[in-house]
Design a protein around this ligand. Structure first.
Ligand code: PMP
Ligand code: GLU
Length: 389
């Protein structure tokens, strides 16, 4: 096998999806707080548009960048919501998933031997994507006790003459941290000082709590000319199975990324793009309703976790994960804790180490599941911890 493939691990999140499915097939009742995907169905008006497009024969290739209608809708959304100027004609590519947007972005800017700074804890796929591009992910560990805040100092400590890019994710998976404007300015000033690309993953933008503001690095003066902004429909619109996302950035960079899109997938699905136009231009009440429900679940789960002996859980500012500190439970490794929890309580969670070295000592619990499941999972965890010798 190619070294670039044998050198990476399987996705820890997909491993948990598979494990939960396999146990359920055997008849074991598992409460799944593992993989992160909305439990809501896609809002009906969005699904209806895609179904009508499919029935109406909108089943052919689209332009590689995406359909003109969707590109227009995304360009307007980026301007209105994010203060990002990305032209529909040359500043955006619609991709089959945000994952693919990240993959082609990293392939386009990283050469073999380059380094990309990845603050950790961070989502499972960033390091592997950098490695697939032949580059080296350099983990910049953020201190748990500082609320996983990103500082200029921690970034400066990891820069070398091979550093090419810095990858940020806000709201963050798994910590739930939302970059403040000061942090976002630190990132873009750092990138400008060292002439780096910024890759900004904003997939959880729509899911925020307590009035946390979303700041896009590309909207800041230092970020505008060097940032690739990745976003999509999976989380905010509950469209994970549709596989639809996008990348936006300066026209000269997007023009290069387009070559990778053309030679890898060509274009995103045609009828799904029709649905996405409805998502962006139609009513947003369903998005707000889902975010409001996540807020209720967040309180329920965070309170329940903090009631467990040895567990400390700070409420996340965004996304739908609680990232609980389990260092007080007596378990040395988060992977052992997650394994034990699955066996002893039938509760699936993701060990913190799936999110890089900065995640040890923590577990990620997804609250993209019903309040009933969360409440029962909390009861089972409490009982299992109490029964430990
Ligand atoms: N970024 C982060 C941080 C995520 O958690 C996910 C979810 N899988 C993605 C990107 C990819 O989303 P998509 O479903 O659009 O590939
Ligand atoms: N983003 C989700 C998670 O972190 C879905 C799985 C994945 O794409 O990694 O669990």
């Amino acid at each position: 096998m190619a070294a670039r493939v044998s050198g990476i691990e399987k996705s820890a999140t997909f491993a948990i999806f598979d494990k939960v499915r396999a146990l359920r097939t055997q008849g074991v009742r598992i409460l799944d707080l593992g993989g992160g995907e909305p439990d809501f169905d896609t809002p009906r008006h969005i699904a209806g548009e895609a179904a009508a497009a499919l029935a109406g024969g909108f089943t052919h290739y689209t332009p590689s960048r995406g359909t003109p209608e969707l590109l227009e809708a995304i360009s307007k959304k980026l301007a209105d919501d994010n203060g990002i100027q990305a032209g529909a004609a040359d500043g955006i590519i619609v991709t089959p998933s945000a994952k693919h947007a990240l993959h082609i972005s990293l392939l386009s800017v990283l050469d073999p031997g380059d380094e990309v700074i990845v603050p950790t804890p961070s989502w499972v796929s960033y390091a592997a994507m950098a490695q697939l591009a032949g580059a080296r992910p350099v983990f910049a560990e953020l201190p748990a006790d500082g609320g996983f805040r990103l500082t200029r100092e921690v970034l400066e400590a990891h820069v070398t003459d091979r550093t090419k890019a810095v990858l940020v994710n806000s709201p963050n998976n798994p910590t739930g941290h939302v970059l403040t404007e000061a942090e976002a300015r630190d990132v873009t000033a750092f990138a400008a000082a060292h002439d780096l690309f910024v890759v900004s993953d904003e997939i959880y933008e729509k899911i925020r709590y307590d009035g946390a503001r979303h700041i896009s690095p590309a909207s800041l003066p230092d970020g505008a000319g060097r940032t690739l902004t990745v976003n999509g429909f999976s989380k905010g619109y509950a469209m994970t199975g549709w596989r639809l996302g996008y990348v936006a950035g300066p026209a000269e960079i997007i023009g290069e990324v387009l070559k990778v899109q053309q030679h890898t997938v060509g274009c995103a699905g045609s009828f799904v793009q029709r649905g996405a136009v409805a998502a962006l231009t139609g009513p947003q009440d369903a998005v707000a309703a889902m975010a409001a429900e996540y807020a209720e679940r967040r309180s329920l789960l965070v309170d329940a976790m903090n009631a467990l002996p040895g567990v400390v859980c700070t409420p996340p500012d965004g996304a739908f994960y609680a990232f609980a500190d389990i260092r007080g439970t007596g378990f040395e490794r988060s992977a052992d804790f997650a394994e034990w929890l699955l066996t002893a309580a039938g509760v699936a969670v993701t060990p913190g180490t799936a999110f890089g070295p900065g995640g040890e000592g923590h577990i990620r619990l997804s609250f993209a599941t019903s309040r009933e499941v969360l409440a029962e999972a909390a009861d089972r965890m409490a009982a299992a911890l109490a029964a430990r010798p």
